[in-house]
Design a protein around this ligand. Sequence first.
Ligand SMILES: [Zn+2]
Length: 462
Amino acid sequence: MDNLRRLGDLARAIAYRQALIRHEFWPRARLEELQQRQLDKLLHWAIQRSPFYGELYSAHGMSRPYSLQDFPILDKKTYMECFDRIVTDPRLRLSELQEHMAHISRDEYYLGEYRVLTTAGSSGQKTVVVFNRKEWSIQEAASMRIAAMMGVMPFSLRRPVLVTIGSPSPLHDSYRLPLSMDIGLYRYCVLPATAPVEELVQRLNELQPQIIRGFPSMLGLLVTEQLQGRLHIKPGIIAGGGEPLSQELRKQLETVWQGSVFDIYGTQEGLRAMDCSTGQGMHIFEDLGIVEVVDEDNRPVPDGTLGHKILFTSLFGFTQPIIRYEISDMMVLAPEPCPCGQPFRRILAINGRNDDVLYLLDRAGKQVAVHPVHFWNALEGFADIRQYQVVHEPEGICLRLMLEGGNGDVARNVTTEVSQKLRALGVDRPSIRVELVTKLEDRSSHMGKWKNIVSNVTRSSV
Ligand SMILES: [Zn+2]
């Protein structure tokens, strides 16, 4: 039954993909008309069907045509606290979704209709996102668009080997999307970014991927493995995402692997942007969403200048309206249209999550590279952790935790969990200290330099 549904979703996605292709050739004015039409539909739907937006409407007496700017800014905290009132299907309850998420192992539907994802987001605050089948098909179409922009031909006879090194959790879209679309067009494989580097190297040597995707810091670790002679792969397409991709790393990946490198930006809520083939920034998929770049006081900043955060409105999320949703990434948008002719605006620069790779020692005193994903993975599984920071100090690792309720058991369990993860990677007797804090500094006050995982130890012997 689920397989049949999955095929139906994919067939719909292929049709949507055709529509998305057409938008790439539209003049800007036509794209803006489409945005306005979709936005009006979304805002009206939200007012009619979401108790949260309905109350707001009654209180402020808004009427058509609605203006996006009349809608409140939605921060992650409000979004989660008001979850049950924001969603437009009263059957969706956060507590029940959390129960579903605790037991999910593959691409399972919720109520035969929904797919549920979770994310810690760049500020460490956990959120839950729900898509109905139609919305999921749009997500699939967007990922087909990304694949096509990278030159991946899904109907090739040779079935390219596509390897993602990422979160091995179906609650994350980087894993869930390919899983939901896996009908044998690619030879698709996910290697958990949480695996030790040696294991990743061995698997990659066996798989010989034509396409490789992962966090830039992970790709950086792997390209070093190749330079040091342990890894022997030659991917033609290399895609980074989830963290900023620096120019230095991009050059290194291109030189060492001799492939085309692409930077992909995306959030679980459905915002996507992708490198333009002219190398002049990333195109935002504006046919699927609206991005406002604003300053600290939520005033729009002119294109060409760095904003303090962005507000994202999804034009296709009707189950869980995402309207002026605050994302703490700092962006500069290009003031001019792109020379490639696409109508989408471009991101020229972005400061997203930029966590450090930690270098700890194994029993023989050799350094073990611990990718931030190990910590994200260990810490984001705890429902009671509201925000966290991992600091590597000369004496050991300090986990600074801001808890929902605040009890000592969480601290103990977290220490055990992190310690086990590190031991599994070969780290010798990891020293871990927990510091319970009532407040972590506001990431946005750090001009994009805020990190969830920080190393204060110099990597002297490498
Ligand atoms: Zn372009």
